[in-house]
Design a binder for this molecule. Structure first.
Ligand SMILES: Nc1ncnc2c1ncn2[C@@H]1O[C@H](COP(=O)(O)OP(=O)(O)OP(=O)(O)O)[C@@H](O)[C@H]1O
Ligand SMILES: [Mg+2]
Length: 510
């Protein structure tokens, strides 16, 4: 009788527009189309690595070019010392032939020319003694560079002065060559120094470029393999998941890495699984809602036609028919009004209670009649509602609540096997100044632990075959709308006891 409808096989399905489904993927594609020239992550990495390596090379280049210049200047002083020693040897009193003297003079000049020196002087006790001088125009004079006294910052400044000099200059180099305390002053052309520095700069630049490109390539490959590719895979997976979230293979397969990317993959997979579960239950609920609407619609039509015939029953003279026909008609009327007022559960709430003053004992009696409890062959029935107890509530809704609770109790006791077992159902009710308390109690097997966890949640409380899990959820919603409470009593007594409390308005007694 209470067969669970086969919702899955029903043809009426909620329509999910493809635009809804593909919305996220489309938006991602649109965003990408809007930024056609933007660099992707790998290209940015490549560019940034080249820039940073070049920058660090510049930091290394600046002091090194200054050192290169200092070395060049020191080298000139060293060579000057050699020439100085040669001239000193020439000046000793040793007798030489004219050829020998000429040859020595030529050697000295050749040595001076070999290192682009114009004049060479020996400084001694603050006095300057010219040692050698070549012919030629020395050009405009630049500053005097004292190699031994120049600090690192000044060296850098001087080096850039040389590199950026736009006309040939002559410089004075003073200082002692390494390993000697002889003070020497050399007047030299700057052009060879500048040429050497430019060659050095070019070589450093070429080397830097090679280093930065090869470093960038290595960093790029490593980062691409380690980060960019997994991130791109995750992004692609998100797009394909948003296109077809219901497919199992759309869920990302975590790579098992122990780092942050591995953790992100695992979290994404867990989130996608959750989302898939939620989507499945949403779809199920949507199907169910449509199925209920359809059933509701057709059931109301069938009942309406049955109502036409049942009306005629009252005209029959049979006393039994006269006795039962009004109840049958009332039941059908009630069913039709349920169908008309019930909307899809979940998308529409129960209507707000239409409160009326009603007699609860009479309603419980009517319920017992409808469920055939008065002369039930196996169940002992007791209506324990205080006679004449009046409550202010929606009669149709309270009737449905009691009907659901009583049917649950009957259904539970039907599962008990054995004629000797006691099957007892009672509804008791009483009121004090503020509260009406209604207790529905049975001697059945009790509510199973598994059902208790989500007892009053729609579609979740049911564990019984053929149950939908809506009965107690409906009861809870109605009672809550009345400002009352419903609960399962957690006592150790056998069977199940539900307690309903409703706010009690004092009524004017007759
Ligand atoms: N009096 C009771 N005795 C034992 N178990 C009960 C009793 N009342 C409720 N239950 C348990 O609680 C579950 C939820 O009840 P509920 O009325 O919400 O759903 P249902 O009866 O399974 O389906 P339906 O929507 O048709 O009422 C039942 O499946 C049953 O296992
Ligand atoms: Mg039920």
């Amino acid at each position: 009788m209470n067969e669970k409808p086969d919702y899955q096989s029903m043809s009426l399905k909620p329509t999910i527009r493809p635009s809804d489904k593909d919305g996220a993927a489309d938006r991602i594609r649109d965003n990408q189309a809007r930024r056609p020239f933007s660099l992707n992550l790998s290209a940015k990495l490549l560019l940034l690595t080249i820039i940073f390596v070049m920058l660090s090379e510049i930091f290394v280049f600046v002091p090194s070019v200054a050192k290169f210049r200092n070395d060049w200047l020191t080298d000139r002083l060293t060579r000057a010392l050699t020439v100085l020693l040669m001239t000193e040897e020439q000046g000793t009193g040793i007798q030489r032939s004219a050829e020998e003297s000429l040859a020595m003079q030529q050697r000295i000049e050749a040595a001076i020319r070999s290192f682009d020196v114009v004049t060479l002087a020996n400084r001694h006790s603050g006095r300057r003694q010219l040692v050698a001088m070549l012919d030629g125009n020395p050009g405009p004079m630049a500053a005097n560079f004292d190699v031994s006294k120049t600090g690192p910052l000044q060296s850098i400044r001087d080096a850039f002065g040389t590199l950026l000099a736009n006309e040939p200059r002559t410089i004075v180099i003073t200082g002692s060559p390494p390993g000697s305390n002889q003070m020497i002053e050399v007047l030299a052309l700057e052009a060879p120094l500048r040429a050497a520095m430019l060659t050095y700069t070019r070589n450093v630049m070429i080397l830097s470029l090679i280093i930065s490109v090869s470093t960038a390539a290595m960093v790029y490959l490593t980062l691409t393999m380690l980060f960019v590719r997994p991130i791109k895979q995750m992004a692609d997976n998100m797009v394909s998941f948003s296109r077809s979230p219901e497919e199992n293979r759309a869920i990302i397969q975590p790579s098992g890495r122990a780092d942050e990317i591995g953790i992100a993959e695992e979290r994404l997979a867990a989130m996608q699984k959750d989302l898939q579960g939620t989507l499945a239950s949403q779809r199920h609920l949507a199907n169910l809602g449509l199925a209920v609407s359809k059933i509701n619609h057709d059931l109301r039509n069938i009942l309406a036609s049955v109502q036409l015939f049942s009306d005629r029953l009252t005209a029959l003279p049979d006393p039994d028919v006269q006795k039962f026909a009004p109840k049958l008609i009332a039941g059908i009327d009630r069913a039709i009004s349920y169908c008309e007022s019930t909307l899809v559960y979940g998308s529409a709430k129960e209507e707000p209670p239409k409160r009326k003053l009603m007699r609860l004992d009479a309603m419980v009696k009517e319920l017992a009649l409808l469920l055939d409890l008065e002369d039930h062959p196996r169940i002992e029935w007791r209506n324990g509602v205080a006679t004449g107890l009046e409550i202010d509530a929606d009669p149709e809704q309270i009737f449905r609540v009691l009907m659901n609770l009583a049917r649950n109790a009957i259904k539970a006791m039907d599962t008990m096997e054995g004629d000797a077992l006691v099957r007892r159902l009672s509804i008791d009710a009483g009121a004090d100044a503020h509260i009406v308390r209604i207790v529905i109690s049975d001697s059945g097997p009790g509510v199973p632990e598994r059902a208790r966890r989500h007892l009053f949640e729609p579609f979740r409380g049911s564990i019984s075959k053929g149950g939908t899990g809506l009965g107690l959820a409906i009861a809870n919603e109605i009672i809550t709308a009345h400002g009352g409470t419903i609960r399962l009593c957690e006592d150790q007594a056998p069977g199940a006891t539900f307690e309903i409390t409703l706010p009690h308005k004092p009524t004017r007694s007759a």
